[in-house]
Design a protein around this ligand. Structure first.
Ligand code: NAD
Ligand code: DAU
Length: 354
């Protein structure tokens, strides 16, 4: 049965996917209020939501998901948490895994504990988590890596976890914690494991916005290894719709895989970007491979499609990639501020940067 929520806490709502989710949810649900808790790390940018800042249904709170006191205060006022906040970039986790453990594991633990205590203390005691839900946003990287020579094999919800980067290990640990809180304390939790997203407001350290903006700046694009690693690309608003669908209709305790059925090798992706932007392969600079680089990700999203009726409608290739390239052409000011770090000055005046 479909649920409605009057007020949700979104964590990490100033990042790429969180900001797209907040915009989408406010558009779709006129009665929903959203509080966004974000620490504004290097990846968090309030400018991503400047168009909805004045919407009275939206509140921004600058803070850390590991701040126990703050998190308990916020959780007391909402009927659901949608948890996006994370350190999200694999290459950074290879350089320094500590912030990944702190935010992705301990931060998730802090949120779960706040929900467990505050929601049950504020209940009648019989059904402590009735009408409250914790939705955890996770990744296909927890499942490990697939071979290139078995294209029919994909990740399902039953694929054993096999995380292979510090980032993936931290997300796998957070998924397990969520499952443990559901099992041990009877909390109402759902999880989505999604493939690679693309679209507006993507931080330009990730491959698509990095390559598009490099080309706009007259630079080459650094392709790792042989360029044959495969990712399954999904438009970020299709992901936002999947998260809202699971929040409202998913079964407690369940995991749903989310993907675009849109596998591309990095070389194929790069050639598509080059062709859309009018360049040739001379713009590719082959560079040293990522350490432990996962070869292929591919999501089988049959469960969320069959049980909840979700379908990707914005990810058609190459049209969706062309639209995304156009978005970066139309928002040069945004990505130039982000790439130069000047966006931090923009909000440092308003918030103490995290
Ligand atoms: P992002 O790096 O763009 O944004 C992360 C946001 O979290 C930022 O606004 C940052 O300021 C905030 N944050 C980080 N640490 C925090 C803390 N301790 N307290 C409060 N806020 C904090 O990430 P994204 O790409 O939008 O990813 C969002 C979520 O989706 C992550 O959990 C990620 O694992 C998951 N995911 C991402 C993808 C993808 O392709 N980008 C795919 C599947 C799943
Ligand atoms: O699969 C979901 C995951 O997708 C999310 O959980 C992560 O948060 C998100 O960052 C993304 O991880 P990837 O490592 O797949 O994304 P990234 O954009 O960093 O890299 C995509 C592919 O492109 C990967 O095979 C590495 C390659 N690459 C990346 C960069 C940054 C390059 O060849 N050159 C580059 O400069």
């Amino acid at each position: 049965m479909s649920r409605t929520y009057s007020h949700i806490l979104v964590t990490g709502g100033s990042g790429f996917i969180g900001s797209n989710f907040i915009r989408f949810a406010l558009e779709q649900r006129s009665d929903m209020r959203i509080t966004n808790l974000d620490a504004l790390t290097y990846a968090g940018n309030p400018e991503n939501l400047s168009d909805i800042e004045s919407d009275e249904r939206y509140t921004f709170v600058h803070g850390n998901i590991g701040d126990d006191k703050l998190v308990r205060e916020l959780v007391a006022n909402v009927d659901a948490v949608v948890h996006f906040a994370a350190e999200s970039h694999v290459d950074r986790s290879i350089l320094d895994s500590k912030p990944f453990l702190e935010t992705n594991v301990m931060g998730t633990q802090c949120l779960l504990d706040a929900c467990r205590h505050v929601w049950s203390e504020n209940s009648d005691g019989k059904a402590p988590f009735a009408a409250k839900r914790f939705h955890h946003v996770s990744t296909d990287e927890v499942y490990g890596s697939l071979p290139l020579d078995q294209p029919e094999v994909m990740f399902t919800e039953d694929t054993p976890y096999d995380p292979r980067s510090p980032y993936a290990a931290s997300k796998a640990a957070s998924d397990m914690l969520v499952r443990a809180y559901e099992h041990t304390f009877g909390m109402d939790c759902t999880i989505t494991n999604c493939s690679n997203n693309f679209g507006p407001y993507h931080f330009p350290e990730k491959v698509i916005p990095l390559f598009v903006t490099n080309l706009m700046e007259g630079e080459k694009v650094p392709l790792y290894g042989d360029g044959l690693n495969v990712r399954d690309w999904l438009h970020v608003v299709d992901h936002a719709e999947a998260v809202l669908t699971v929040l409202e209709n998913g079964k407690t305790g369940e995991t749903y895989n989310v993907g675009g059925n849109n596998e591309r090798s990095n070389l194929e992706l790069t050639n598509s970007i080059l062709s859309i932007m009018g360049f040739g392969e001379e713009k590719i600079r082959y560079v040293e491979d990522r350490a432990g680089h996962d070869r292929r990700y591919a999501i089988d999203a049959t469960k969320i499609k069959r049980e909840l009726g979700w379908q990707p409608t914005r990810s058609a290739w190459p049209a969706a990639l062309e639209e995304t390239v156009q978005w970066y052409r139309d928002h040069e000011d945004w990505w130039k501020r982000v790439k130069s770090g000047a966006y931090r000055e923009y909000y440092a005046k308003q918030y103490k940067a995290g």
